[in-house]
Design a protein around this ligand. Sequence first.
Ligand code: A2P
Length: 321
Amino acid sequence: MTMTYLTYKNGDTMPMIGLGTWKSKPDQVYQAVREAVRIGYRHIDCAAVYGNEKEVGKALKESFEDGIVSREDMWITSKLWNNSHKKEHVAAALQKTLSDLQLDYLDLYLIHWPVVLKPDVVYPENAGDFLSLEDVPIIDTWQGMISCQKKGKIRHIGVSNFSIKKLTALAAESHVAPELNQIELHPFLQQKKMLDYCKTNDVLLTAYSPLGSKDRPAALKSADEPSLLQNPVVIETAGKNHCTPAQLLIRWAIARGTAVIPKSVNPDRLAENLNALDTSLSPEDMQSLGSLDQHRRYVRGNFWTAPGSPYTYENLWDEEM
Ligand code: A2P
């Protein structure tokens, strides 16, 4: 297994496979991170709202203490939650994440969503819980991020769930453009225009929910959801390559030049996912998987688009339903 990397403009490198921790329960994530680091993961994707950063932090600290890896050899990403978008709230939110993760700095900090909640709201229950992007413009949040970066608390800054339109607007408003956008990407949602835009504009991409995120809470699933891991083309192409469907999906993401953050809390699957690096896909395989595109979002942002909210499916993703 030889890791591949994405390179930032200043030469910093980020391992292309990272461990996803969304949906990992606090009591499971500690073991998962310990095991992941032990077997060679060097990139962990976290977020304040996942509610498990303390346990991730404990696993990291013990891995450093045991001499398994040094801080400098790990890539740690976290994300600013929607209720801390006001410029003056960014530093405190970052500090909480740093203290939970027991770190002095993050490698990458992202604005989690282009959505603003009132400071005392974690998940919205009614329309009054939201603030609009006119109330708290993204550029204000971004300035808060830049200021934390200047203080040395974050090496790189970026965004998540941003459309091309929002990336373009932010790049035009600030002399510091986002270095990375973390979005949902897999064969059912290939987002080729976004890939082209990011390549042209030096924005790196990380693919979330690369395996179709089947462990999402039922409330976030639609009834007719197709399964990525059980798709016949995925199964057949994996068989041809003597790899598993999950390894195929991870390798596909890497072949497209994106970082990828499969989540697992199971030791066998952690190893399986990292070993995706041993597979290679032919142009025909890429073409077969390419034919699966259907613009299917598993993560549709339903939390944000309840009636009365300033956010709709259309203005969240800047696309038609
Ligand atoms: P588990 O944590 O029990 O391994 P995503 O990364 O798209 O969010 O998908 C995560 C889901 O996929 C979880 O339910 C996770 O379960 C499962 N998963 C992770 N790795 C594999 C694998 N190699 N094969 C099958 N399912 C996997």
